[in-house]
Write a protein that binds this ligand. Structure first.
Ligand code: ADP
Length: 544
């Protein structure tokens, strides 16, 4: 702005100065012209008197270097000229000033020379004898004068411009200074040019408007951050160029990055081809889904295109941890497959035996053995189906009735139920401890204790023992059986998992007993502790 003001001031100064010089020079030229004219008239008056008195003699005695005198007879013929030979001069009767002098006693005119660089002034006076005396002088034209004065004019002009440049600089700084001092944070509190008042009040209005919008924006941003910060799902906002606009802590953890990634290409943190393909699909089709595995967990990524006025302006990526769902889904599938297999085996066995009997291929004496086999397999089926029903009841997790129970009583009941089976294996069951009242679900407690004791008998050795100990909210079942090798201890609570399949089947196991125990204990909010040593025995403790 300062520069512009200086330029304008210099321009104005230059134009005004040049115009002034031009006018002054014109005036001076006219002024000196009129002085010269008067001098010319005076000189002519003197010369005319001289010629009247002494005629030719007077003219011959003159020095005609400055003024030129020409004496013209009444017929127009040149009688004498101070600078030329009159014989060679043409008739002057028709010269303007001479014509006027013949008529009016005096005349004047001026004429430019052939080159226009000079102008000659003529003044003529009629003498008493009818002849005319003319005086003339040449002077430079105004242009020639100006040309002659070009150097001083230019010096004056440059000096004046330099001076006005300095002054203009100072002036413009003074003009601009109050503008530089304006406090735009408080526009209405400035004391400055009154012409700026409307502009300042407009700035003030707009400033307030912007501040209000900024506050609103900040509020929305805080709200958004609050929500996304605490989300367990990962959230990433991407621009249409795939750069990260926002990433919440859950997503940053999932993609092993931090929040500094903002503004960078998403590919710099996630190089997986399938994810970038899913993002491209979302941009093209509006939505895409993909499952990925990270750090041993499974995630579902939902990517959706964000549009504004029909144009894609970015995408939002949501990551859900579906490990548990995927796990239970897998379990369900495995369970179904296992159940089918477990049901099919005894059924096939029953059908095989029945067909043999039907076709008369079984000897009369073998018949009881076959029938017994059919009964055992059918019992296994019933046991299996009962266990499956119990498990599915536990899975459904419906409301079961709580009541006051004595744990000791439950232990004794289980021991009594298994007494026969234990005796068949020459195993002794003992129950120790005191009465332990507990508010719990009878059916589940019976299930837990029965299954543990059943296993303790089933996987015991001939002449072994089973010890049930009840103490407060803890019940422990200890046996002197075959034990469970360390590598199987974690897995025996899985459905259909058996350490020794043939042993389990031979003793009527379904592979579901311990998973029923695990489920029931989980339902009651308790925990299981297992200690076992192959060849020595097993202790399973339930802490409720
Ligand atoms: P099962 O119907 O086969 O007994 P469980 O779920 O009750 O199924 O037990 C799973 C497996 O754990 C059994 O097959 C067996 O190998 C092992 N097991 C369970 N209890 C004992 C125990 N007291 N002693 C030794 N092994 C056991």
């Amino acid at each position: 702005m300062t520069k512009k003001i200086v330029q304008y001031i210099m321009l104005v100064a230059g134009v005004v100065l040049s115009a002034s010089l031009f006018v002054i020079m014109g005036c001076l030229y006219d002024y000196f012209g009129s002085i010269e004219q008067t001098q010319l008239e005076n000189q002519l008056g003197l010369a005319a008197r001289g010629v009247e008195e002494s005629g030719m003699e007077y003219l011959q005695g003159l020095d005609g270097t400055k003024y030129r005198l020409t004496w013209v007879g009444p017929d127009g013929a040149v009688l004498y000229d101070t600078q030329a030979d009159p014989g060679e001069m043409e008739n002057h009767g028709n010269r303007e000033e001479i014509k006027q002098a013949f008529i009016n006693a005096e005349g004047k005119s001026s004429r430019y020379s052939a080159t226009l660089l000079e102008k000659t002034l003529y003044y003529a006076q009629r003498l008493s004898d009818g002849s005319v005396l003319r005086i003339s002088v040449s002077r430079a034209t105004a242009w020639m004068l100006a040309l002659g004065m070009l150097q001083p004019i230019l010096i004056i002009l440059l000096a004046a411009l330099a001076l006005s440049g300095v002054l203009a600089g100072r002036m413009s700084r003074r003009i601009v200074e109050p503008l530089n001092r304006l406090n735009l944070d408080m526009p209405l509190e400035n004391e400055t040019y009154e012409e700026l008042a409307p502009l300042l009040s407009r700035i003030d209005r707009q400033r307030k408007q912007i501040n209000a919008q900024l506050r609103e924006l900040q509020r929305k941003n805080d709200e958004f951050s609050q929500v996304t910060q605490n989300m367990t799902e990962g959230l990433v906002l991407l621009s249409e160029k795939n750069t990260v606009l926002s990433i919440n802590p859950a997503a940053a953890k999932l993609f092993h990055t931090n929040r500094d990634i903002k503004g960078k290409d998403f590919l710099t943190i996630e190089r997986s081809r399938e994810i970038s393909r899913a993002i491209q699909t979302a941009f093209a089709d509006g939505h895409s889904e993909i499952c990925v595995e990270r750090d041993g967990r499974e995630y579902q990524l939902d990517i959706s295109r964000i549009e504004s006025k029909g144009v894609a302006i970015g995408a939002v990526l949501l990551a859900f941890d579906i490990t548990e769902q995927a796990f239970s889904e897998r379990n369900r599938r495995e369970f179904t497959a296992n159940v089918s297999h477990e049901l099919k085996t005894p059924l096939q066995s029953i059908m095989g035996s029945a067909e043999l009997i039907e076709n008369g291929m079984v000897k009369q004496e073998d018949l009881p053995r076959f029938v017994n086999h059919i009964r055992i397999e059918a019992e296994r089926l019933v046991a299996l189906i009962n266990d499956i029903i119990r498990l599915s009841q536990l899975d459904e997790g419906g409301e079961l009735p709580y009541e006051d129970i004595d744990l000791m009583e439950i232990a004794k009941e289980a021991a009594a139920t298994l007494q026969e089976a234990a005796a068949a294996k020459n195993v002794t069951i003992t129950v120790t401890g005191e009465a332990s009242p507990i508010h719990s679900i009878r059916g589940l407690l019976t299930e837990i204790v029965y299954n543990l004791c059943d296993n303790a008998v089933k996987y015991n050795v001939d002449g072994g023992s089973v010890k049930i100990t009840v103490s407060g909210r803890t019940i422990a079942v200890q046996d002197t059986g075959i034990g469970i090798p360390a590598e199987h201890q974690n897995r025996v609570f899985e459905r259909f998992y058996r350490v020794d399949k043939s042993h389990s089947k031979a003793s009527g196991g379904t592979g579901l007993g311990l998973s029923i125990v695990k489920h029931a204990v989980g339902y009651l909010g308790g925990r299981i502790e297992l200690e076992s040593e192959p060849g020595k025995g097993t202790v399973i403790k339930i802490i409720l």
